[in-house]
Design a protein around this ligand. Structure first.
Ligand SMILES: [Zn+2]
Length: 409
């Protein structure tokens, strides 16, 4: 049985790699299609070729990176790397919780170091070449250190709690562990813009001026508290513009990148803001949180049933422990995320349409349409991705789909 499961794990890793490459190949075909008449005036020939080259370069990097990480994972499995690491950690640590923390720590650190060259190449070669990169090597490295530290502190704390609970409780482990993870994600959601984001970016209230008064007028109409609209120095890292809604309860806020303010007209900025207010008014954050709480509960329930079985450690040829159970369970469970991913993306795309409709209802659609067009062009987006690629990977509808839905074409 353990041999069959081991073979299934390897087979799935290979399947996932091939499947994603097939999607990428299908997606590249979009560049050979004629642009629909409605979008033809957007890209001139030269810019369209540039967008195509940018997309193909990113695609090549992701192919090399995926090939590398897939090969490493398979080799690590075939040569018993997971069992060797377990023995290595046990050679100098005795305490159960410490062993598991070190195990995850070493694996996590190694995997982020292995992906580092690809992310450096992506940022300082590809993004740089197409004029998007604004980050310096020192900002990049400081970001990396900060996120490593955050992962160690927050992840370490969360893991310690869960392993502690696992040792003290029996069949109710899954429920208590789920409550801890849920509490933790509520905490992150509530303090993301006030505690976490300021570690990486500067957030400031909107300066007085004509943009602010236009936003004030709109915020008054739709009854959204203005003090929760903030400007962020996104230009520190990239010239790409963005805006997002985050937070729950009193912490809810809309963050506008300074690059958005530089790139769009004032009406277009208000339209983007109207879209974000739409996410808030339609309670999309609560909806996605509820779904993630339910799926985490299901995952923990199944894990709780399986974690004490002897099969999980025997698949990797090692002794029973919390960390080995998590690793094997994660691998056996990953085909399910291949199914839940597209479902979450579908829901997210539906929410984008709703937020667009809200913006249209409260501010009209022409400014939003022109802002979407501008951003798509400035970011060199692929205007005609393959429907299957959209189905599996896109959290937002394409420009064409959004314009169609707003009857702007
Ligand atoms: Zn949105």
């Amino acid at each position: 049985m353990d041999k069959i499961l081991f073979a299934l794990i390897i087979a799935f890793i290979i399947f996932e790699f091939i499947f994603n490459r097939l999607l990428d190949t299908l997606n590249k075909r979009g560049w050979e299609l004629q642009l629909p008449a409605s979008l033809q005036n957007l890209y001139d020939k030269e810019k369209y070729e540039k967008a195509k080259a940018y997309d193909l370069e990113k695609d090549k990097l992701s192919l090399i990176s995926a090939f590398f990480s897939t090969s490493i994972t398979i080799l690590f499995l075939l040569f018993g790397g997971f069992a060797m690491l377990d023995q290595y950690v046990r050679s100098f640590a005795q305490h159960k919780i410490l062993i598991s923390l070190l195990y995850f720590g070493i694996l996590g650190f190694a995997s982020s170091m292995l992906s580092l060259p690809f992310s450096i190449y992506g940022t300082f070669r590809i993004e740089e070449k197409y004029g998007f990169n604004k980050t310096t090597m020192s900002t990049f490295l400081i970001d990396l250190m900060k996120s490593l530290l955050l992962t160690i502190v927050l992840g370490g704390l969360l893991l310690t709690l869960i392993i502690f609970v696992q040792e003290k409780t029996g069949s109710w482990f899954w429920l208590i562990a789920w409550a801890i993870v849920t509490g933790f994600s509520l905490f992150i959601a509530a303090f993301y813009t006030s505690l976490l984001l300021p570690l990486f970016n500067k957030l400031s209230p909107l300066e007085p001026g004509s943009l602010r008064s236009k936003i004030e007028d709109y915020a008054a109409v739709v009854d959204f508290p203005l003090k929760n609209i903030m400007l962020m120095d996104g230009s520190k890292r990239s010239s790409k513009a963005n805006a997002f809604f985050s937070g729950i309860g009193k912490s809810k806020s809309i963050v506008l990148y300074d690059t958005l303010v530089n790139e769009l007209s004032e009406e277009e900025i208000v339209a983007v803001l109207a879209h974000e207010v739409g996410h808030y008014k339609k309670k999309h954050i609560y909806q996605s949180m509820a779904i993630s709480f339910i799926t985490t509960a299901i995952t923990f329930f199944i894990f709780g049933r399986m974690m004490n079985s002897d099969i999980l450690p025997s698949i990797l040829g090692t002794e029973k422990s919390f960390h080995i159970s998590v690793i094997v369970f994660g691998m056996l469970y990953s085909p399910i995320s291949l199914l839940t991913g597209p479902m979450m993306n579908y829901l997210s795309r539906k929410n984008e349409y709703e937020a667009d409709a809200y913006a249209k209802e409260t501010y009209g659609s022409s400014a939003l349409a022109s802002s979407l067009k501008k951003m798509s062009i400035n970011h060199l987006s692929n205007l005609q991705p393959h429907p299957w690629y959209i189905f599996f990977h896109y959290s937002h509808p394409t420009l064409l789909q959004r314009l169609k839905a707003m009857n702007e074409i």
